[in-house]
Write a protein that binds this ligand. Structure first.
Ligand code: IPM
Ligand code: MG
Length: 402
């Protein structure tokens, strides 16, 4: 017999979720300009260490940024502020994805560099708080998660534009146990939400001379939501006549990333949140591990930069935190430099990471005591950045290995 009472309760909850979503979507439609960092003085950079391996790896990225931005700090163009309290202990104590006082500090900054933060899993027995990453993306409306993966020696230069506020993540903590036997989560895709991520991907392609944008969905099966995402992307593509658009399904796309004969043909990928989450870990692994991959979470007003991976509580438990690879968050730092208007400095940091992690490899990170410590790797990157010949070294390596 159908449990009508359970259905009514589920309908009420559905109505509430939909009402919230409609408000959110109206907000997306309001016109808003992108922040012009050239006009800001100072540009306020917040640093959040996070938890688990976060504080250790963030400290290395902070060192690189402080070194590269030394002149800008002196001239008052840039300020740094360390924001405390984004730890799992404090978040559980305050029972908040992001404690209010921490959020206030975040809002005072223009951009933030954020170390990984732990997300408790449902049913673990700890407070079931929402992921701090996911919450921050929502609060600051950081809708574009930009994740580059580059292996110059293999001609791989991919940039993933992962939609960052919708899909299964939009109300990930408000799914429904309709009855004890039936669980339902919501996959939410909106027209303006899809439009802005597709536009971000195409704009990036246009500005960076890319010739191809690939839309990745599962629109053959998930017809309504992924179908909308794909259709909007097709509409947006019409405004970019010089750029070829093609569409792939997520399953075959994950396979194609392993196809050494064809994978370097892909340039810019635009995709809904969950597929983007999964495939960027795969792409990061191809680059040398998720510990090498950084990301930008961009909104029109704010931006947050972080590693693509989590806080690795297992590494901490096993006493290996000091061997965590800081490359991921240093890459995120390089992306921050590019985003706030210091393209040359950002590129120099990217090149230093390529040299240290992909070519020269004087120190190798394994995540264990048989590899280098994160701090020593940080020293290595800093020394490489300081070298006035960073670009020459990078060119020599790229040409020698191609
Ligand atoms: C990421 C992470 C997060 C996500 C987790 C930590 C919630 O995997 O940034 O890719 O799923 O988005
Ligand atoms: Mg992920």
């Amino acid at each position: 017999m159908v449990n009508q009472q359970a259905i009514e309760a589920a309908k009420a909850s559905f109505g509430k979720v939909m009402a919230e979503q409609l408000v959110r979507i109206e907000n997306i439609k309001k016109p808003q300009e992108w922040t012009d960092y050239s006009k800001l003085k100072p540009i306020k950079i917040g640093i959040l260490g996070g938890d688990g391996i976060g504080p250790a790896i963030s400290a290395e990225a902070q060192r690189c940024l402080e070194l590269l931005l030394m002149d800008q700090v002196k001239s008052g163009k840039v300020t740094f502020k360390v924001i405390e309290g984004m730890t799992i202990e404090n978040r559980i104590a305050k029972n908040a994805a992001i404690p209010m006082d921490v959020l206030d500090e975040i809002y005072k900054c223009d951009v933030t560099l954020k170390g990984p933060t732990e997300t408790p899993e449902a049913g673990e027995g700890r407070a079931n708080i929402e992921s701090a990453n996911v919450a921050m993306r929502k609060y600051l409306d950081l809708f574009a998660n930009v994740r580059p993966v580059r292996i110059p020696a293999q001609n791989i230069d991919w940039t993933f534009f992962r939609e960052n506020t919708e899909d299964i993540y939009a109300v990930g903590s408000q799914g429904q146990m309709v009855t004890p036997d039936l669980a339902v989560d919501y996959k939410v895709i909106s027209r303006p939400g899809s439009r802005r991520i597709a536009e971000a991907g195409f704009e990036y392609a246009k500005k960076n001379g890319k010739k191809r944008v690939t839309i990745v969905t599962k629109a053959n099966v998930v017809k309504t939501t992924d179908g909308l995402f794909l259709n909007i992307a097709k509409e947006v593509a019409k405004n970019y006549p010089g750029i070829e658009m093609d569409a792939w399904y997520i399953d075959i796309m994950t396979a194609k990333l392993l196809d050494t004969a064809r994978r370097s043909d892909f340039q810019v990928m635009v995709l809904p949140n969950l597929y983007g989450d999964i495939i960027t870990d795969e792409a990061g692994q191809i680059q040398g591990g998720v510990g090498t991959a950084g990301s930008a979470n961009l909104g029109k007003k704010y931006a947050m930069f972080e590693a693509i991976h989590g806080s690795a509580p297992r590494m901490v438990k096993e006493g290996r935190a000091q061997y965590a690879d800081p490359s991921s968050i240093i890459r995120a730092g390089a992306m921050m430099l590019e985003h706030i208007g210091f393209q040359d400095l950002g590129e120099r940091l990217h090149m230093a990471l390529d040299i240290c992690g992909q070519y020269e490899k004087k120190l190798v990170m394994t995540g264990r005591s048989n590899g280098a410590a994160g701090k020593d790797f940080g020293d290595y990157v800093v020394a490489t950045v300081r070298d006035s010949k960073t670009r020459d070294r990078w060119n020599a390596y790229v040409h020698a290995t191609k």
